[in-house]
Design a protein around this ligand. Structure first.
Ligand code: DX5
Ligand code: ZN
Length: 233
């Protein structure tokens, strides 16, 4: 079909579980559950972007949506990504919001990063740390042993539908070797600009979790796009 992203398979037989995480940010804002239901459960994690209009130039959802998603889909893995400035106020609101994991940015109040990750873990949730495209891996070196997830932003945070920044893949490769050398256990997630025609490259670089918003929810058949992504993994 015209404009259909062709699938490029650069797969070198991935023999590990790869989680596909559709991003709710690209769902129909007037019918979010309808968008999710159009996936017919064909996804692994659900990625929920929380934006405060300060850390990023956009405003998105609050705890109400997180709670409603948990109520409607009790068994999902809800992967909450906080793009917010004020950890002291916002993080506690999300600790009992129904999220399975909460990811915070290394760039948000770095002086509170360690304590905030501990707070997430103490609440019994998986803890993730995210870095923006210009942020070096060095900035999360001393929390890698704490986290369950490292989220590599492959676009400037704030909006869906952007183009993947290629050198984000180098960060993933570097994280894979750091994890191996130091016998760490975090999963590596990439977030932004992932489509059926580049997901293979993203996973070959070493990603365990791939977030896709517009590629999935803006497609005619979202579940079909997930199948296409799985077919090249
Ligand atoms: C951007 C968000 C991403 C975004 C992904 O700030 O963190 O999760 O929704 O959307 P796509 O896949 O369209 O780039
Ligand atoms: Zn995100």
């Amino acid at each position: 079909m015209a404009g259909e992203a062709q699938v490029i398979n650069t797969n070198t037989n991935i023999n590990r579980k790869v989680y596909i995480a559709p991003s709710v940010l690209s769902a129909d804002p007037l019918n979010i559950s309808g968008s999710i239901d159009s996936l017919h459960n064909n996804f692994d994690w659900l990625h929920l972007d929380i934006m405060d209009g300060h850390f990023v130039r956009n405003l998105s959802f609050g705890t109400d949506l997180a709670r409603a998603l948990r109520k409607r889909y009790p068994d999902i893995y809800l992967d909450t990504h906080l793009m917010i400035d004020d950890l002291k106020v916002i993080l506690p609101l999300f600790l009992d919001s129904g999220s399975s994991s909460i990811t915070i940015h290394a760039e948000t109040e770095p002086q509170l990063l360690h304590a905030s990750l501990m707070q997430i873990k103490k609440a019994g949730l998986n803890a993730g740390v995210a870095i923006c495209p210009p942020t070096p891996i060095e900035s999360i070196k001393y929390v890698m042993d704490l986290v369950d997830l490292v989220l590599v932003m492959s676009v400037t945070p704030g909006f869906g539908g952007q183009k993947l920044i290629p050198n984000s893949l180098d960060k993933v490769r570097e994280l894979v070797s750091i994890r191996e050398v130091n016998k760490l256990k975090f999963l590596i997630e990439m977030d932004g600009g992932i489509k059926a025609n580049n997901v293979s490259e993203v996973v070959n670089a070493g990603c365990d979790v791939v977030v896709a918003g517009s590629a999935i929810f803006e497609a005619e058949n979202p579940s079909e796009v997930v199948n296409k992504m799985r077919s090249v993994l």
